[in-house]
Ligand binder design. Structure first.
Ligand SMILES: Cc1cc2nc3c(=O)[nH]c(=O)nc-3n(C[C@H](O)[C@H](O)[C@H](O)COP(=O)(O)O)c2cc1C
Length: 387
C-alpha cells in the first residue's frame, strides 16, 4: 500500500505553527515538564513562586532569567546577557518586558501561596541603553494572607496562540474586561509609578490597517538579514532539538520530522528566503495576521526600564485574563522593533495605536478565538537558579 505523501502546503502550514507537542524518545528531557504541577512539593515559597514565574511569556522564548536566592526570604533577578536578541531588540526593551512578565507571575504565585512579593526594581540603577550585569529586581517574600488574585488560576493554561483564529467577533465587553485586568489592583507598576494604558480596536477600518501592518512588519523582518537570521538561529527543528534546547522557536510535528529527515528542512534552507519552501513558510503567516477580529496594545507614557517592566507585567495579565475569557492572544512585535529597516512601520504602529509624542507602544497583539494548543517548552527551574 502506498503511504500518502504529505502535501507541501500542509508541511508549510505546520512551519507557521510553533506550539510544541512533546513526544521525544530517548533520554532527552521533556520540554513541557515545567508546566505540570509547578512548585509541587517545594517547601521554599520562593522556589514555588519561581516555578510559576518561568512560565511567563517572553520574546523568542529565550527565558533569560537568572536568580540568586539570598538568605531565607529574598531573591535577586538578573538577565542572562547571553540570551539577548541584539538584532531584533537592540535596546533590550522586549527582553525587559519578559522580565516584567516573569515578576508578575512570581507575584501572583507568591500571593496564592500566602506571601506578598515586595519588589525593588533596578536596585543598582536602570541600565541604559543596553542591559548590563546589574540586577533587574530584588524581591522579598513576606508571609501575609492576601486574597488570591484570580489570574493565578490561569497560569498553566496561558499560551501564545499562533493558530489562525476563528471567524468570530470578540465582544467589546470582553476586550474592556481584559484591558482592565491588565493593570494590577492597587497600581500599575512595581516600585515606581510608570503609567500605562491598554487599548484595543474592533473597528473594520483600524483592523484592516493593523492586519496589514502586522503582516508588513513580519515580511520586513524576514527581508532584513540580521533580524531574520536571529530568528533562524533560534529555530528548534523537530522533537530532539526542541527537547535539547527547550527554548526558542519550536518547529514541530510529523511533517517537520519528515521534512527534516528527507533533507527538505534544515537551518540552511530556513535561512534562505529565496528558497520556495521557506518563502511559502513565511507567507503562511499572512492569514494569521488577517484572522484577527481584534487587536490590543499597551502604551507607556515613558520608556524607562521601570515602564518596560510595568508593561511586561501588564502584558502577562492581559494574556492571562484573555485566557480566562476563553480568548486567544498572539503578539506581533515586529513593527515595534527599533532597527532602521523597521522605522517606517514603527512610525505607522505609533500612529495606529494613537501614541502621542514621547509615548511608547510596548506591545501589540491580535486577539480572537482559537483552537486549544499545547504549551511552549521551558528549560526548567534548575536552569534559572544560579545560587
Ligand atoms: C515582549 C514580547 C514580545 C513578543 N513578540 C512576539 C512576536 O512578535 N511574535 C510571536 O509569535 N510571539 C511573540 N511573543 C510571544 C513569545 O514568543 C512567547 O511568549 C514564547 O514563545 C513562549 O511561549 P508561551 O507564551 O506560549 O509560553 C512575545 C512575547 C513577549 C513577552
Amino acid at each position: 500500500m502506498k503511504t500518502p505523501m504529505p502535501s507541501r502546503r500542509h508541511a508549510l502550514a505546520l512551519l507557521a505553527a510553533t506550539p510544541f507537542a512533546a513526544s521525544c524518545g530517548g533520554n532527552l528531557p521533556d520540554p513541557v515538564a515545567a508546566w505540570r504541577s509547578p512548585g509541587a512539593g517545594e517547601a521554599d515559597p520562593r522556589r514555588h513562586a519561581l516555578a510559576h514565574a518561568i512560565l511567563a511569556p517572553n520574546p523568542h522564548n529565550r527565558q533569560p532569567w537568572l536568580v540568586d536566592l539570598l538568605g531565607d526570604h529574598e531573591l535577586v533577578l538578573h538577565v542572562d546577557l547571553d540570551r539577548l536578541l541584539p538584532a531584533t531588540d537592540p535596546y533590550d526593551r522586549q527582553i525587559t518586558l519578559g522580565c516584567g512578565a516573569f515578576l508578575e507571575l512570581l507575584a501572583l504565585a507568591a500571593g496564592a501561596n500566602g506571601h506578598r512579593a515586595e519588589v525593588t526594581l533596578w536596585p543598582e540603577g536602570e541600565p541604559q541603553t543596553r542591559l548590563d550585569g546589574r540586577p533587574v529586581a530584588h524581591v522579598r517574600l513576606i508571609a501575609e494572607a492576601t486574597p488570591k488574585d484570580a489570574l493565578f488560576d490561569h497560569i498553566l493554561a496561558r499560551r501564545t496562540n499562533r493558530e489562525q483564529f476563528k471567524n468570530r467577533a470578540v465582544d467589546e465587553a470582553a476586550l474592556a474586561e481584559i484591558a482592565n485586568a491588565a493593570l494590577p489592583p492597587g497600581g500599575n507598576a512595581i516600585g515606581s509609578p510608570a503609567p500605562l494604558r491598554v487599548d484595543w480596536t474592533r473597528s473594520p477600518e483600524q483592523l484592516a490597517a493593523l492586519r496589514a501592518l502586522a503582516w508588513n512588519g513580519f515580511d520586513t523582518e524576514c527581508a532584513t538579514p540580521a533580524a531574520y537570521q536571529e530568528s533562524v538561529d533560534l529555530m528548534r527543528i523537530g522533537g530532539a532539538e526542541i527537547a535539547r534546547h527547550r527554548d526558542g522557536i519550536a518547529l514541530e510535528g510529523p511533517m517537520i520530522e519528515f521534512a527534516k529527515t528527507v533533507g527538505l528542512l534544515n537551518r540552511r534552507v530556513l535561512a534562505d528566503t529565496s528558497n520556495r519552501f521557506t518563502r511559502d513558510g513565511i507567507n503562511a503567516w499572512r492569514p494569521l495576521a488577517e484572522s484577527a477580529p481584534a487587536y490590543v496594545w499597551i502604551v507607556s507614557l515613558e520608556n524607562t526600564r521601570a515602564a518596560q517592566i510595568a508593561a511586561g507585567r501588564a502584558y502577562a495579565r492581559l494574556n492571562l485574563s484573555a485566557i480566562a475569557q476563553g480568548l486567544a492572544m498572539h503578539p506581533w512585535s515586529q513593527t515595534l522593533q527599533e532597527y532602521p529597516e523597521m522605522a517606517e512601520l514603527y512610525a505607522e504602529a505609533e500612529r495606529l495605536a494613537g501614541a502621542k509624542q514621547g509615548e511608547t507602544v510596548q506591545m501589540l497583539a491580535r486577539v480572537g478565538y482559537g483552537e486549544t494548543i499545547r504549551p511552549a517548552p521551558r528549560r526548567g527551574l534548575s536552569e534559572h537558579i544560579r545560587a
